[in-house]
Design a protein around this ligand. Structure first.
Ligand SMILES: [Fe+2]
Length: 303
């Protein structure tokens, strides 16, 4: 974050995340349903970039299995120290996306029924990451081997290649998604809220308190995922989605849903296409070099 005080206004006042630890140059935040110490760590820096994406594993032996698995894949594995966390395994995927896995994080008291603490869009939990990928099919195959399952995908009918894919572990539509584009870059991080009215309230507040230009796309209903959504940009232009009412995918026999890239209801069920910025702009990952996408198919873009 290049201006941590301004980022604090965005993440704490607008999104309603709770500050769990603050020191000069760093801010740790959790959403209202979360018991782990933090879901986001914001760090003051000269350059805006994403340091790492973190995933929680089920139990301690899984960390060692993950270390062995990534080493067999020929990827670097390293044990790193992180505040408020137990053992942390750091690696990156073959496209250079920095990833850390952990099991233990300091536990905090439940606050989901402390209604006096709710602010802004009342974010309940972090939901998913969406990444630009220069090689969607290959990256999806890698994450599938890692254990993620596909729920929905967009196909370019001319080449038969996937243009975007949504994958999950936790039983929602996705924990991670990949979208064709210059990458690797982070397209957005999403926070879950209880209902669409929270999103409408956020729009009213942002549009009358100096944040109008930070509203990028929506509100709307996605075709893919069936979720109600809004996309906003933080002060460093990192894209944040506010997301609610997707569906449950715990049934292991769920068949992935196919969408055609040219289907106008794919992005937004009501038909409105996303703006050009939504397909082109994203956040850089620390240490990753960028590649052009092999697939040249074009989505429908708003005029
Ligand atoms: Fe999303």
């Amino acid at each position: 974050m290049t201006d941590l005080a301004r980022s604090r206004e965005f993440y704490v006042d607008l999104l309603g995340l709770q500050v769990t630890y603050e020191e000069p140059g760093a801010l740790y935040l959790r959403a209202m349903e979360e018991r782990g110490h933090h879901c986001v760590a914001l760090v003051q820096a000269d350059r805006a970039e994403v340091g790492v994406l973190g995933y929680k594993l089920f139990d301690e032996p899984d960390l060692d299995k993950a270390a062995a698995w990534f080493a067999e894949e020929g990827l670097p594995v390293e044990w790193v120290e992180r505040p408020f966390m137990g053992r942390v395994l750091r690696t990156h995927d073959p496209w250079g996306v920095p990833i850390e896995f952990y099991v233990r994080m300091d536990r905090l008291e439940p606050i989901h029924q402390k209604y006096g603490l709710y602010r802004g869009v009342r974010a309940l939990r972090i939901d998913h990451f969406n990444l630009y990928s220069p090689h969607v099919d290959e990256q999806v195959a890698f994450y599938n081997r890692m254990g993620f399952r596909t729920t929905e995908y967009t196909e370019d009918s001319e080449t038969g290649k996937c243009w975007a894919v949504w994958m999950h572990r936790k039983g929602g539509v996705h924990d991670v998604a990949f979208t064709n584009g210059i990458g690797p870059r982070l397209h957005h991080s999403a926070f879950w809220t209880a209902n669409a009215l929270n999103i409408i309230d956020l729009l009213d507040v942002m549009s009358t308190t100096g944040w109008l230009n930070a509203i990028e796309r929506g509100p709307g209903r996605h075709g893919i995922s069936n979720a109600f959504f809004l996309y906003v940009r933080d002060p460093d232009l990192n894209r944040i989605e506010i997301y609610c009412s997707d569906y449950q995918t715990v049934d292991p026999d769920h068949e992935p849903i196919r969408w055609d890239l040219k289907d106008p209801q794919r992005q937004t069920l009501w038909g409105a296409p996303a703006p050009k910025s939504w397909f082109e702009e994203g956040s850089l990952f620390a240490g990753a070099s960028l590649n052009q996408p092999a697939l040249k198919a074009q989505p429908i873009i708003a005029p």
